[in-house]
Write a protein that binds this ligand. Structure first.
Ligand code: DWN
Ligand code: SAH
Length: 409
């Protein structure tokens, strides 16, 4: 175990608390004829900063390996998430975007799931998205996109071309970016003094409470809390002024940051920081206990899958999520236990899952001949998927879930 990695926020030592071992890139689905010997692996381990309490990965994967032309995740793949982002867009339009000719910049706009609503209202906007394929999908919807990684130099160019922004927004993107100083300097450069930086990401409090360890993978570098975000903001001339708990993706928090001294922090901020303190959320004891629970899930899940195989039952994976790479690689689940995973994403179909090489197939492979059990890797979309797949239940099928523990429904 190494404990001398400097924190990406404050440079104090980061204390490692869990090692997932050798892991592949979670969204690197391989062509069926790929040279498997060439696959990229890294050591996935997490630690907590002794000083600012930010939970983060111990090793960083170069960004171009993860986010590129063929990045396969399309945000619009879930009806529930489309609705979530439509609601957020409407909320911003009626609160922060009411000045004359307002301007909003979104970091990691992906396929335009949020900005296409803003564009539909004729509001000035710009998406900054390095993954070319999904950026093209956004552009085809009428979203104005710049294909690049957001960082300070890019913020200066946007400022020169478009002027200051009323809102900078990022969903499930800020936690992907280790070079936070450059990002927050860029946000400060771009924001009007009266503007706001709003971002939402998986919440460490929910990950620990539900043992949703599969939120930990290459792309997710930081695991935020109100306390660590407060410190991160303070170091960069910003202030945490509001927090909202969200139920999407298994539990997130939406943070609102304003230039320091410009807005008064809401009571919700102090309340969440106090709750984290009470739970000792960033304490090594709490985090090591989380690690013990992960090992218990690993043991229970492999035992269940091996038992079902011995009984001659069929099990199919549902949702080739980025999260599933952590689960399958940690538990050693390959095609011998789960012969295929079905997924609606064309860019994943016909390919092999990273590291464990489970074939990914179209949803028709599932509904054409229902298995006895479906292992729900997309558990964060359980409600939507179970409603859609009622036929599976009616045919006697059962869902296997592994969060917060291994259970069958
Ligand atoms: O943070 C991230 C989140 C927002 O998206 C990224 N780093 C990568 C990605 O993570 P993920 O792949 O774990 O996200 P989801 O949203 O849990 O992925 C759902 C997967 O399941 C997609 O591949 C689409 C698929 N799916 C399906 O086959 N049928 C989804 C639904 C709703 C369905 O009905
Ligand atoms: N906002 C979407 C997409 C999340 S996936 C949603 O919530 O569903 C994370 C996205 O961040 C990817 O599309 C990836 O290309 C993008 N990304 C990664 N690094 C980035 C950076 N430095 N600037 C802007 N976007 C980035």
């Amino acid at each position: 175990m190494s404990s001398n990695v400097p924190c990406h926020i404050c440079a104090a030592p980061v204390q490692e608390f869990f090692d997932f071992g050798r892991q592949p890139l979670s969204d690197a689905f391989l062509p069926a004829d790929a040279d498997l010997g060439q696959e990229f692996f890294f050591r996935l381990a997490v630690g907590v900063c002794e000083s600012c309490t930010m939970v983060q990965l111990m090793e960083e994967v170069p960004r171009n390996r993860m986010f590129h032309e063929a990045y396969p995740y399309h945000s619009s793949g879930s009806a529930y998430m489309r609705e979530h982002f439509e609601n957020l867009a409407k909320q911003l339009l009626s609160t922060e975007l009411t000045a004359d000719d307002p301007f909003i910049v979104e970091l990691g706009c992906n396929d335009g799931v949020m900005l296409n609503v803003i564009a539909g209202h004729g509001v000035r906007h710009l998406g900054v998205e390095p993954s070319g394929g999904v950026a093209d999908v956004a552009a085809a919807k009428g979203v104005r996109v710049r294909k690049s990684f957001f960082e300070e130099s890019v913020a200066k160019e946007i400022l020169a071309a478009d002027g200051q922004a009323d809102v900078v927004y990022a969903a499930n993107t800020l936690c992907h970016i280790p070079y936070m100083d450059s990002i927050l300097a860029g946000v400060r450069t771009l924001l009007k003094p009266t503007g706001v930086f709003v971002f939402e990401d998986p919440y460490l409090g929910d990950i620990v409470e539900r043992t949703s360890f599969d939120q930990i993978y290459d792309e997710h570098f930081f695991f935020f809390t109100a306390r660590s975000v407060q410190e991160m903001a303070r170091r960069n001339g910003l202030e945490l002024v509001d927090v909202e708990r969200l139920s999407v993706h298994g539990g997130e928090v939406r943070y609102h940051l304003a230039p320091a001294g410009r807005r008064s922090p809401s009571e919700a901020v102090a309340a969440l920081v106090a709750e984290e303190e009470r739970r000792d959320l960033a304490g090594l004891g709490t985090l090591r206990e989380f690690g013990d629970k992960v090992m218990k899930i690993r043991e229970d899940l492999t035992a269940l899958l091996e038992k079902l195989r011995a009984e001659g039952r069929t099990v199919v994976g549902y949702g080739a999520t980025a999260k599933s790479a952590t689960v399958t690689n940690l538990c050693g689940i390959g095609p011998d236990l789960v012969p295929f995973i079905c997924d609606t994403t064309p860019a994943k179909q016909g390919r092999l899952s990273p590291g464990t090489h489970i074939p990914v197939k179209e949803p028709s492979a599932f509904s054409g001949d229902y298995p006895d059990y479906a292992l729900l890797f997309a558990w964060n979309h359980a409600e939507e998927i179970m409603a859609k797949e009622q036929g599976f239940r009616e045919a006697g099928g059962k869902w296997i879930l592994y969060v917060p523990d291994v259970h069958v429904v």
